[in-house]
Write a protein that binds this ligand. Structure first.
Ligand SMILES: Nc1nc2c(c(=O)[nH]1)N[C@H]1C(S)=C(S)[C@@H](COP(=O)(O)O)O[C@H]1N2
Ligand SMILES: [Mo]
Length: 414
């Protein structure tokens, strides 16, 4: 916590110094660091951390009781400890999937922790991913997720034919009403398209064993998907020949085939300003499947609604902000940088191969020139690597919230 606050203060301070705006940095950013006691500001600054410590992720899991709130004895009984975890990988009784060696509790050959660790010896992968709920405007956390490709476990079942999809779920208090399930095409699991990382059986986050709240001992992590595909407390995978999804999230109008979108948000901006006072702004961008080429901002008079024929303000006078360089300290309570050296997307020296990283986040900053007295609306947006500005190409909220953020600014001499 403390380290990254210092680090990100450093990161943004360096940026403003480079701009030759040292006075401005001292004026605007020092109070920001000194005001850590102020809860909202502290929150804003904490969101500047690059990797999120495991226990600082936001939690949106369901369950009554929540599986991670069970007592130690109950977790043991529920298979929610490393010693007692079992994963079944079986054929769907509703279809004709043909497996020579299903892994089941009944046959007493379900995958256990030791089995997973022996796969891990050969096959461990780690990759950065931002965890975002498609229904929330702000990511839950950013981590380095580590595990074994799910396909390596699936191959243990010796599937012969008639598999088109996998269905999967986790521990749900033995109550069918509480099952949180999701699904993927088998092709996505067996092969990684577009240079994406594999779908994994995840057992570590930021170099530490996955804690119970994050879905430990083992959760599925689907790199390019919104959070609902990454089922926690995973204990059953069904190979099916059915061709349709069965995701819990298909209810409530969610678009369950959505890939992570690119969008921008502010982290710090002073909202009460003096006339002609320059306005330092910092923020982050989620870098979705289509990458990130720019972050831009727009200041308009308040209540100046977008024209009816241009609701996303594509014709407005957007100005470029600066995407910040990779952090020098990654935060997230990483035990050492050894993990980064073997993380997909990083060099053997532990540096990102390119920046920004897809399916992750980047920070940005800018100084908005001072404004005359009045009321204004500040907006920020991304332009993805295909040159398409937020919220396009997929503006519908139920495939991932990415509305253009708006912030009111007041410029007043008194
Ligand atoms: N078993 C289970 N897995 C789950 C959920 C759940 O309620 N139960 N919630 C999902 C949703 S909707 C999201 S957005 C992510 C959130 O991941 P996190 O809790 O690690 O931040 O977990 C997913 N996995
Ligand atoms: Mo979610």
């Amino acid at each position: 916590m403390k380290n990254f606050r210092v680090e990100h203060y450093e990161l943004t301070r360096r940026y403003f110094l480079q701009l030759g705006a040292a006075g401005l940095a001292a004026q605007q950013l020092l109070p920001l660091a000194a005001a850590e006691e102020k809860a909202p500001l502290q929150q804003a600054i904490s969101e500047l951390e690059y990797l999120t410590p495991q226990d600082e992720f936001q939690d949106v899991s369901r369950g009554n009781p929540l599986p991670h709130k069970l007592s130690a004895e109950e977790k043991t009984a529920a298979g929610l400890t490393r010693e007692t975890w079992r994963l079944e990988i079986v054929a769907d009784p509703e279809s004709d999937s043909d497996l020579r060696n299903p892994l089941s509790l009944e046959a007493d050959n379900a995958l256990d922790w030791d089995g997973l660790m022996s796969l891990a010896k050969q096959r461990t992968v780690a990759f950065p991913k931002i965890m975002t709920c498609n229904n929330l405007g702000c990511p839950l956390g950013m981590g380095i997720w580590e595990g074994v490709p799910l396909r390596d476990a699936i191959w243990l079942t010796k599937p012969r034919k008639n598999v088109r999809r996998i269905f999967y779920h986790g521990f749900h208090n033995h109550d069918p009403q509480q099952i949180f399930r999701s699904s993927l095409p088998i092709g996505r699991v067996l092969e990684d398209p577009l240079g994406l990382p594999p779908v994994i059986l995840c057992f570590k986050l930021n170099g530490e064993y996955l804690n119970s709240e994050r879905g430990g001992p083992v959760r599925l992590v689907a790199p390019e998907a919104y959070g609902f595909k990454s089922v926690k407390w995973l204990n059953r995978v069904t190979l099916t020949n059915l061709f349709h999804a069965n995701d819990t999230y298909a209810a409530k109008n969610n678009d369950i085939d959505s890939w992570l979108k690119t969008f921008a948000a502010t982290i710090s901006i002073a909202q009460e300003l003096k006339p002609e006072q320059p306005i330092p702004v910092t923020g982050y961008a989620q870098v979705g499947i289509s990458g990130l080429s720019k972050v831009q901002y727009l200041v308009t008079p308040a209540d100046d609604d977008p024209p009816a024929d241009d609701p996303y303000l594509t014709q407005a006078d957007w100005q470029d902000a600066d995407i910040l360089a990779p952090p020098t300290h990654w935060g997230g309570d990483l035990p050492s940088d050894a993990l980064l050296k073997r993380t997909l997307g990083f060099t053997p020296q532990g540096q990102p191969e390119k920046w920004p990283l897809r399916l992750s986040k980047a920070h940005w900053a800018t100084v908005v020139p001072g404004l005359p007295e009045g009321e204004y609306t500040f907006r920020c947006r991304t332009v993805d690597a295909n040159g398409i500005a937020q919220p396009l190409p997929r503006p519908f909220a139920k495939s991932g919230r990415n509305a253009i953020e708006q912030i009111d600014l007041t410029v007043s001499a008194v």
